[in-house]
Ligand binder design. Sequence first.
Ligand code: SD4
Length: 291
Amino acid sequence: MTYAMIGTWRMAYEGLCKGIDLLKDSGTSADAVETSIKEVEDYPFFKSVGYGGLPNQNGLVEMDSAFMNGDTFAVGAVMGISDVKNPISVARSLSHDHFNSVLVGNGATEYATQNGFERKNMLTERAQKIWRKRKREIEEKNLSPYDGHDTVGMVSLDQSGSISVGTSTSGLFMKKPGRTGDSALVGDGFYADSEIGGAAATGLGEDIMKGCLCYEIVRLMGTGLSPQDACDKAVYPFVKKLKERYGKIGEFSLVALNKEGQWGVATNVEFTFAVGTEDSKPAIYIAFPGE
Ligand code: SD4
């Protein structure tokens, strides 16, 4: 059996290389997802994930993360968790529970603390500086506060045919306390079914969730479409509909992988992503808005 992994944005690359190494050595897709996302969460210069992530309106870094096992459909997720080093590990741990597998705010942080997950002040000096500057600009120039957001999403296929997916983000910069997006919502920001494939999203969660886009991509792959055709068919007609009916639309990008290790992407903005497969070394690619 083959193995493969796809991740959103340039920031996914180093983590994805680690994930691919695991998969090559017969590691599980779940370990590949967790390891690769932890790498992104730990890197202090990515402004939208984990340590160094930009804070909310009140200056607090509130993070969303999710994990899904495509063999069992087990899902674990945290929303608005703070002061925890690796939200993805908390999400994966929660996926083992049938009850209480999605936790928000203080409850998520409390679970992490009680279960021995490493605590950490995730707000860096650099993130604080950017926050202060942005706050000034917003006040002086009367700008929209919401500027900048990215999620790392990883979809992984291992040699036993198992597919897992994970996401992690500090969400929309300057978001209101308690705001969440698509990244920890199953079917919206992520989905996996090992008999078919998996998908992950990045972009303006408020709009991604309107289309349940990750579920839709996996569903379409299940009808026999390639990951690229499924991405095209799920995303572009929805972009068109949303523009027509809602009037405006945020930026978003989706990645997909199927059980043969084939992949696809769809985006309405210039988008970098990383892919590694049994046949092609990990590399960074760029996609342009399609229709
Ligand atoms: C959210 N989807 O919170 C996330 C953020 C993101 O590119 O991915 N932005 O809405």
